[in-house]
Design a protein around this ligand. Sequence first.
Ligand code: N01
Length: 548
Amino acid sequence: MPDNVQIGDQLGGAFDAVIVGAGFAGLYMLHRLRGLGLSARIYEAGSGVGGTWFWNRYPGARCDVESLEYSYSFSEELEQDWQWTERYASQPEILRYLNHVAERFDLKRDIQLETRVTSATFDETANCWTIVTDRGDRVSAKFCVMATGCLSTAKVPDFKGIETFRGKTYHTGHWPHEGVDFTGQRVGVIGTGSSAIQSIPNIARQASHLFVFQRTPNFSLPARNGPLSPEVAQDWRVNRVEYRDRARAAPFALLIEQSEKLAADVSPEDREREYEERWRRGGFAMLGAFADIIVNQEANDTAAEFVRSKIRGMVDDPAVAEKLLPRDYPIATKRICVDTGYFETFNRDDITLIDARATPIEEITPTGLRTSEADYQLDSIVFATGFDAMTGALCNIEIRGRAGVTLKRKWSEGPRTYLGIMVAGFPNLFTITGPGSPSVLSNMVMAIEQHVDWIAGCLGYLRERQFATVEATVDAENEWVAHVNEVAGATLFPLANSWYVGANIPGKPRVFMPYIGGFAVYRQKCDEVAARGYEGFALCSGAQAASH
Ligand code: N01
């Protein structure tokens, strides 16, 4: 594409923008680009839209953010028309919602399914990206928007002997569409993160015996899911604008009642009462009980001990309860789980909890699994082993910026971005909810909408002023990375071996990837940057950009 072509001009076979991924982020991005009059195409690896909610179909998969909040806010009509049935929506319902959105806004005609983007290369002479797919597409686009998701690259650990297993294996993040019937089977579940905690009660109801291999016990809070009452739904309809504004102004973009009090400000009895009340409400409510839970170890200990006492109360066998107690990291510094009947499931006779830290998994055998202590005969193994989070999907695509440098190489010691939206050396490439933004530490749908709106605003600005490229400066990126690290360092988060720091992927650099400064603070920073003419970004006309 010649450098005198401005955004919005059409060239044969070329797009103004290519979007990678048709989940919450990609769908809304396409809608906004259309609104700007830009041509765009989404490439999506799955055979349907939905992203996370297309792939994660394991039994019990549901959102841990309340459905009224975990939905788009950009269209009042959409919000008024769509009726959620439960407090926390299940995977099938969210997938139906996203298909409804795609149809309602006529998005599907610009989405090419079953097509995986394999490379994206920036042409410094023409100022455009060349995007190549596994289907043989080769298209050019002024802009490339990565809507690839934070938790989309499923990870099966490299267990010895895995290929010898004669039974069936599954990963929670790639569940068969037709479902799985475990009736009468001896099933092993490896992992006890959110996916395992949601699926274990359901698999246990079917399996003849369930073996849970737990390396790290997790803190989990009761969801208290149930049908969404008509009163709550009606109240949301009437007050949706106020609720959305409040969420946008909240640290996690969630309507959790956040107390300003410190845990030490109240007596132990009052503290207990506060935790109890929030435990009763369910979901993340407990984490808002005191302002210092994630920054002060003593405060955190009080919340952690409260949850441990609850676990002891739910599990009949004290030895099993003891194994389920998370002890070696502060509560909430690994992603907190929200469950329905998880701990109570361990009261069944047909479930066995194996401590895979004390007795590690040594190998998968043709008939099951061997730990350092015993052999387990299994018909099926479920890997609930998580994802190469935040950077995996981006680094799996060969993204080449200026001078042919790949993103993977640039990020070899950890991700570097400016605001989690752009990367120096990669002009016109946007990363929706990229590392360095609140993303996974907030209500993802709100975080996505905020990024998409910001990107759309930026593209409109470029067009108005006839700029050909926008690119984060190295200085702005360095400052932002330092800030992201500094803020994380002031919390307890880096203490845990979590996927937030890449600890679940052997060899991944240990860097706290999301921005923990708070959604509202972050949003304000993004707005200020835009208001100051995209401070920290280099904006170039076609000719300037070509001679960069
Ligand atoms: O993955 P995880 P997930 N040997 O990484 C274990 C979101 N989500 O799919 O902790 C033995 O949390 C690993 O052990 P350890 C949510 O943000 C949301 O469950 O590393 N075990 C851990 O127990 C969530 O946080 C919902 O010691 C091994 C488990 O596998 C994120 O997705 C639902 C192992 C992986 O847990 C990821 O959740 C589901 C090994 N070699 C997911 N390797 C909602 O509710 C790994 N493990 C919206």
